[in-house]
Design a protein around this ligand. Structure first.
Ligand SMILES: Nc1ncnc2c1ncn2[C@@H]1O[C@H](COP(=O)(O)OP(=O)(O)OP(=O)(O)O)[C@@H](O)[C@H]1O
Ligand SMILES: [Mg+2]
Length: 273
């Protein structure tokens, strides 16, 4: 096993330090396949997938229901094993879940018996981070997600969007190099969704985290991403990849640009087939 790089050591020993010090977070998926097999049937969920997500990139996967998006993300998360092929994070093979890969899924996975602050501190507490340091971490991320005044509230007192913000903060509190997000805003109303998209971009810029994001919403994909990967089904595979040539700063006006609308149209047409 290669020795841990300086960035990993720094993040591991000082989780409360400024996020700017974190480095890398490159995902390399090579020849990845997934076959679900029973005695009677064999289902090829993922045909060989090759995908590189550069450090600090924001890459979104879109594709029809059942094409294997969640399967791919779960394998990158280490929650599921590939049948063949590999996933590397900064050159190290992924063999199980790890704190350097934070996950945010559609269902709110907050602990209902913990306050917002305690939910955010949960990961660092597991890692044995001191109370004082944990407090600094949770205060930082409460500010990032703009929920300082709800630090002592319980999840049931929060709206859907607020819960999802806490879920993001909780993932970030582990200082992940990579955020893996599976339709995290899928259950939110249209207005909250737009606010969450802007907040996520803010967080992504500030925290310098690689994001691999799944959505059914083409507009969301175009607004957020630097690159969009379109998957197809039967078997699950990559059909096409688009580099999003839009201004780096995604202000709401970006949604009106001809390039934005053209890409939305192209993706829509591709997904119809
Ligand atoms: N544990 C399993 N056993 C058997 N088949 C499975 C299993 N998990 C997923 N599949 C199958 O693999 C395929 C891909 O599922 P996956 O959940 O990855 O799709 P998806 O692209 O995320 O879909 P959606 O957009 O609806 O969330 C589906 O056809 C599904 O039925
Ligand atoms: Mg899915």
């Amino acid at each position: 096993m290669p020795p841990a790089g300086p960035a990993r050591t720094a993040a591991g020993t000082d989780p409360g330090r400024d996020a700017g010090a974190k480095q890398a977070g490159e995902i390399a998926v090579t020849g990845l396949t997934k076959v679900y097999e029973t005695k009677k049937s064999r289902f090829e969920a993922l045909a060989p997938i090759d995908l590189t997500v550069g450090a600090n990139a924001f890459v979104t996967i879109v594709g029809p229901s059942g094409c294997g998006k969640s399967t791919l993300l779960r394998i990158v998360a280490g929650l599921d094993e590939p049948t063949d092929g590999s996933v590397l994070l900064d050159g190290e093979e992924v063999v199980g879940p790890g704190a350097e890969r934070g996950m945010v899924f559609q269902g709110y996975t907050l602990f209902p018996w913990l306050t917002v602050r305690e939910n955010i501190e949960y990961g660092p507490k597991l890692k044995g981070v001191s109370t004082l340091e944990r407090r600094a971490i949770s205060s930082h991320y409460l500010k990032v997600i703009k929920l300082e005044s709800f630090a002592n509230a319980y999840p049931k007192q929060l709206s859907g969007g607020m819960k999802q913000r806490v879920a993001i903060a909780r993932a970030l509190a582990n200082r992940p190099k990579v955020l893996l997000m599976d339709e995290p805003f899928g259950a939110l109303d249209a207005q909250t969704k737009l606010e969450m998209q802007e907040l996520l971009l803010e967080v992504w810029e500030k925290e310098k985290t690689t994001v691999l994001f799944i959505t059914h919403d083409i507009e969301e994909a175009v607004f957020l991403s630097q690159r969009i990967v379109v998957m197809g089904a039967h078997p699950g595979r990559i059909l096409k990849t688009f580099d999003v040539a839009l201004p780096a700063r995604r202000t709401p006006e970006v949604r009106e640009l001809p390039g934005f609308l053209a890409l939305k149209r192209e993706l829509g047409a591709l997904l119809k087939h």
